[in-house]
Write a protein that binds this ligand. Structure first.
Ligand SMILES: O=C(O)CCC(=O)C(=O)O
Ligand SMILES: [Fe+2]
Length: 314
């Protein structure tokens, strides 16, 4: 299915009409579909290509080397998480994936640094960490622009989210779905779920498989052109907007049998605010037809609850 396509260059053009058209297109797409493809997203192609290359090198290391980077007690939030550990909320069978997570680097003296575990340094793949740092910063920048557009759509100040995401708890997740060697029991590459965070930026995955559940309750495949990234609403933004913007259910299905021998790689960037940020439903999104649907919570409290539900936190 082709999801709506928006052009971030319109938002950044300085032309008030192009900017406000972008805001309306993005907001409408998030009310209706929850997913958009973004062109002119600002993340350099060479950087994405490099990141893919290093990520493939990392996952092709022998398991005992990768296990060095799986750090107990971090709930998978930094470093390596081995195959079969994470399951979707409400699902028993683990997903068919392994992944590596990279988090915020605080360099401006902000005391929030104490909240974050250090990133895990991979020594076997030269330039792995510096490349993830660059990618992380680029995703943050594009994500900030998209949230500025969302703020305007919601009638908020354009910079409403800027402070909330400054040194926020965002995660860059590099995923490997290995080749499938035997009939999977009930598991698929990634079982249906909604993302936890505000928005997710996903660069072109290396193979088909991503599907979204439409309002008509049908699973449809999502494909984006190589020069686009897919950006979807997560549960934190759905919650903040009292269900005005949709955190659409999605999954990654197994390939047809003739492609079982192939790996799939993908790199979602989960944009999170600072943990103290309130996710209380915005007053402007509450009315008689839309009574307040969620109790107040901070982003930190909510994340904690969700990490327990998916088996990453005990
Ligand atoms: O691999 C993908 O294309 C999507 C992964 C995903 O939805 C997730 O990790 O939350
Ligand atoms: Fe997801």
């Amino acid at each position: 299915m082709s999801i709506p396509v928006v052009d971030l260059a319109d938002f950044l053009s300085g032309d008030p009409k192009r900017k406000s058209d972008f805001v309306q297109q993005l907001g409408k797409a998030y009310e209706e579909v929850g997913f958009v493809a973004v062109k002119n997203h600002g993340i350099p192609d060479e950087l994405i290509a490099q990141q893919y290359e290093f990520v493939q090198q990392f996952f092709s290391l022998p398991l005992e080397k990768k296990l060095h980077y799986e750090i107990p007690g971090l709930a998978g939030q930094r470093g390596y998480t081995s195959f079969g550990r994470e399951h979707a909320k409400g699902s028993e069978a683990p997903d068919l994936k392994e992944f590596f997570q990279f988090g915020q680097m605080v360099v401006d003296g902000d005391a929030i640094k104490e909240e974050y575990p250090d990133n895990v340094k991979v020594s076997e793949v030269k330039d792995f960490n510096p490349t993830l740092v660059k990618a992380y910063q680029n995703f943050e920048k594009s994500g900030r622009s998209l949230l500025q557009a969302i703020a305007l759509y919601l009638g908020l100040d354009e910079h409403f989210f800027d402070e909330q995401i400054h040194n926020g708890n965002s995660i860059l997740r590099c995923i490997h779905y290995p080749p499938i060697t035997k009939e999977p029991k009930s598991a698929i590459r990634a079982e249906q779920h909604e993302d936890i965070n505000l928005i997710t930026l996903l660069v072109g995955a290396s193979a088909d498989g991503l599907q979204i559940l439409t309002k008509q309750n049908e699973w449809v495949g999502v494909t984006s052109l190589p020069d686009q990234i897919v950006v979807n609403v997560g549960d934190m933004l759905q919650r903040l907007t009292n269900n005005k913007l949709r955190s659409t259910t999605h999954r990654v299905v197994n390939p047809p049998r003739e492609h079982w021998h192939t790996s799939r790689f993908s790199m979602p960037f989960f944009l999170h605010p600072r943990s103290e940020t309130s996710l209380a439903c915005l007053e402007s999104c509450i009315d008689e037809k839309h009574p307040k649907a969620y109790p107040d919570a901070t982003a930190g409290e909510y994340l904690d609850e969700r990490l327990r539900e998916i088996g990453l936190k005990k």
